[in-house]
Design a protein around this ligand. Structure first.
Ligand code: ADP
Ligand code: MG
Length: 133
């Protein structure tokens, strides 16, 4: 099934100029970038975006981080795009990420793990709508 999912290139990766490499990696793996923009969000917007994590101990740091610098938000489209993107990203903690995944290649730590990806079709819709109204 052709799906859409939201991908974010997080501040640590934008700062290291990894934008083009990450975009090419998605395209080489048959995920089309159908919408893209570079933005800087406020801490309030980050709180809203990550509200599913509001009870987690790392919520405040996570929101500070996502709002700390420019990010690139993208809609990825393709066959099984949600799961495909999760596979290309790798595990949340780069230490556990499989060889060849984005987080293995570029992630610095569990918090500076370079990319975000929606974890379900429904959350993908909500997240796409958050950035591309
Ligand atoms: P993912 O981004 O792989 O979907 P989660 O949705 O569980 O992971 O968490 C959202 C983000 O919160 C992660 O990408 C990571 O940056 C951060 N995070 C998750 N777990 C921790 C943790 N134990 N300590 C610090 N930051 C974390
Ligand atoms: Mg998640």
């Amino acid at each position: 099934m052709i799906e859409k999912t939201l991908s974010i290139i997080k501040p640590d990766a934008v700062e290291r100029n990894l934008e083009d490499k990450i975009k090419s990696f998605f395209e080489e793996n048959n995920l089309k970038i159908s919408n893209i923009k570079k933005v800087k969000i406020s801490k309030e917007e980050a709180f809203e975006f990550y509200k599913v994590h509001q009870t987690k101990p790392f919520y405040n740091d996570l929101c500070n981080y996502l709002s700390s610098g420019p990010i690139v938000v993208m809609v990825l489209e393709g066959e099984n795009a949600v799961l495909k993107n999760r596979e290309l990203m790798g595990a949340t903690d780069p230490k556990n990420a499989a060889e060849g995944t984005l987080r293995k290649k570029y992630g610095l730590s569990i918090d500076k793990n370079s990319v975000h990806g929606s974890d379900s079709i429904d959350n993908g819709k909500t997240e796409i709508n958050f950035f591309f109204k």
